[in-house]
Write a protein that binds this ligand. Structure first.
Ligand SMILES: NC(=O)C1=CN([C@@H]2O[C@H](COP(=O)(O)OP(=O)(O)OC[C@H]3O[C@@H](n4cnc5c(N)ncnc54)[C@H](OP(=O)(O)O)[C@@H]3O)[C@@H](O)[C@H]2O)C=CC1
Ligand SMILES: O=C(O)[C@@H]1CCC=N1
Length: 269
């Protein structure tokens, strides 16, 4: 069977996408090849998903869709390694690298269709959020391919490339903020006397339920906050402490800092 999907970098995000694409049968394991430097990761991915693995990235270029999932810091070296081989074929190159711009991708792979994408880790369970921006050589078919691929792992939105660093700071990095929030909510429950398992169950379902309520009703978050805060009640006492701790300002600053870091990662390459 021909190799349809190649991944260079079989780390956290490469695996997150791979696992869902295989479980959703978007690609058969035999249609996927992963180029990965770590021998332990190679044997794990081959054993876990039945995909082909190699330490030679040039072998991965036989795929018709090539996903770059290495760290931004090694982009220049990997691009130099691939460039001569890729010049002879015309795969679609999709990069999920934080900060690495379309112009950097197009300079590295002249004349090839490239798409810059920013997925996130909930892709593993089909609840990802991916933003895509198309390079100048990417046509309708390339866009369809990227949309089909990322819609198999969650929602997809197309944005102008100028917004990609902001996307990275919000939805790319966001699962870490939410995980911290859930952990701290559970810690608060434990501090108030709950057993850990119950505290975690309560925290997770409260986050899930609130998100579902906001999505299904399209209610503004401020309105929901108002509905929960009974006059002189418990919630306003909690909200007062969050405001005192700079909770909202902290989150806004976190998204801006991550967005800024995305710009820096691109500038370094
Ligand atoms: N993690 C996330 O939530 C998200 C990450 N991204 C982007 O995805 C990319 C990967 O991130 P992440 O998965 O977290 O990082 P990881 O470090 O987990 O994955 C990168 C993998 O690439 C391997 N690698 C290093 N050099 C090479 C090479 N020359 N050829 C092939 N493989 C190589 C690494 O091996 P080794 O460890 O041995 O160096 C590692 O296994 C980054 O560019 C990041 O910006 C985008 C969205 C979300
Ligand atoms: O932390 C990072 O740099 C990557 C990009 C977005 C999420 N993780």
């Amino acid at each position: 069977m021909s190799v349809k999907f190649g991944i260079i970098g079989g780390g956290v995000m490469g695996e997150a996408l791979l696992s869902r694409l295989v479980s959703q049968k978007i690609y058969q394991p035999t249609e996927i090849i992963v180029g990965e430097k770590s021998p332990e990761r190679r044997s794990y991915l081959a054993h876990q998903y039945g995909v082909s693995v190699t330490d030679d990235n040039l072998v991965v270029t036989q795929a018709s869709v090539l996903l770059l999932a290495i760290k931004p810091q090694v982009f220049t070296a990997v691009a130099a390694e691939l460039a001569s081989v890729l010049a002879k074929s015309v795969p679609l190159i999709i990069s999920i690298l934080a900060g690495v711009s379309l112009s950097q991708l197009e300079e590295a792979f002249p004349q090839l269709p490239v798409i810059r994408a920013m997925p996130n880790t909930p892709a593993t369970v089909g609840a990802g959020m991916t933003a895509i921006s198309l390079g100048a050589q990417a046509g309708d078919r390339d866009k369809q391919t990227a949309q089909q691929l990322f819609s198999a792992v969650g929602e997809v939105v197309e944005v102008p490339e100028t917004l990609m660093d902001a996307v990275t700071g919000l939805s790319g990095s966001g699962p870490a903020y939410v995980a911290l929030f859930v952990e701290a909510l559970s810690d608060g429950g434990v501090a108030a006397g709950l057993p850990r398992a119950i505290a975690t169950q309560l925290a997770l379902q409260t986050v899930r339920g609130t998100v579902q309520l906001l999505q299904e009703t399209q209610m503004h978050p401020a309105e929901l906050k108002d509905r929960v805060t009974s006059p002189g009640g418990t919630t306003i006492a909690g909200v007062t402490e969050l405001e005192r701790a700079g909770f909202r300002a902290g989150l806004i600053a976190a998204v801006k800092a991550a967005s800024q870091r995305s710009q820096e990662l691109g500038a370094k390459e």
